[in-house]
Write a protein that binds this ligand. Structure first.
Ligand SMILES: Nc1ncnc2c1ncn2[C@@H]1O[C@H](COP(=O)(O)OP(=O)(O)O)[C@@H](O)[C@H]1O
Ligand SMILES: Cc1cn([C@H]2C[C@H](O)[C@@H](COP(=O)(O)O)O2)c(=O)[nH]c1=O
Length: 242
């Protein structure tokens, strides 16, 4: 664990005597994480609590939390070197309260940053709400997600079901490059689930486990009444994956 940093307790503590919590909401892409992050922020601030919104690598490439429902709010952009305890301490030094922290794209946090968030909860009574992907395109936990699973007081899978093309619940994220699912590459590649303007763009597609394992992206309409499978289709209906 990282060394504690002295951060004063929140001035709001008397009005919120319940212990603070580190809560982690997780799921695949497109399940409503950013929407929920903005709702939590809205509901907290509506009750007079003051918060800090944090993000890293939002799809919009702007320092904001943006939801596909159409909402967005500005947020402080983190990088791997940001010490979130010092960030909160700076706010306090500037005369601002920080009663809660909302962190979107929490899968990109380092393990140390998750530990810093836990310290803010335990030592400074700041409520932390983190929102992030469960697994990467290889169906493996992101490091930040793993540490949140280890340390969070409350871990909740987001309830909204994203559906695979077959209709089954989609829990895994496929990375699609030039129309084909890939299983090798950098862990972090910021992109959307919507196809990009160019065919060479990377995009993601949420799949059920079976179709993630098989690498099947599903049929795409090619014309009236016609369907084609992306990638090279094999005899047994599977699609070759790079
Ligand atoms: N036009 C729309 N009408 C209603 N809901 C929508 C619309 N577009 C997107 N959504 C909802 O937004 C969700 C994606 O929300 P978002 O917060 O961007 O997801 P995440 O942050 O998990 O990637 C979709 O699962 C869907 O429920
Ligand atoms: C699976 C996976 C995703 N990413 C990126 C792609 C997006 O920019 C974000 C997730 O955004 P969302 O708010 O959940 O829609 O993460 C990545 O970098 N690596 C991956 O393996």
């Amino acid at each position: 664990m990282s060394q504690p940093v002295s951060v004063p307790a929140s001035g709001d503590r008397r009005r919120h005597a319940a212990p603070a919590h580190l809560t982690f909401f997780h799921g695949p892409m497109d399940c409503g994480k950013s929407t929920l992050a903005l709702q939590v922020d809205h509901n907290q601030s509506r009750q007079g609590r003051q918060g800090l919104r944090l993000t890293q690598g939002d799809r919009s490439r702007a320092p904001q939390i943006s939801s596909r429902v159409g909402l967005s709010r500005e947020a402080v952009e983190l990088d791997a070197d940001t010490d979130v305890r010092l960030m909160v301490r700076d706010r306090w030094a500037g005369g601002h309260r920080v009663d809660y922290v909302v962190v979107d794209e929490a899968q990109f946090l380092t393990g140390r940053q998750v530990e810093q968030l836990a310290e803010l909860v335990d030592e400074s009574h700041v409520d932390v709400y983190a929102f992030g992907l469960t697994t990467d395109f290889r169906a493996e936990l992101f490091p930040g997600t793993r540490r949140l699973f280890e340390l969070a007081d409350v871990v909740q899978r987001i309830q909204v079901e994203v559906l695979c093309w077959c209709g089954a619940p989609g829990l895994l994220n496929a990375r699609v490059v030039d129309g084909a699912m890939v299983r090798e590459g950098e862990t972090v590649v910021v992109a959307d689930t919507a196809p990009g303007p160019s065919e060479e763009d990377t995009r993601y597609q949420v799949l059920c486990r079976r179709h993630h394992v098989r690498g099947q992206l599903g049929p795409t309409p090619t014309g009236p009444g016609q369907l084609s499978f992306p990638g090279q289709q094999l005899a047994d209906g599977q699609v070759s994956v790079r």
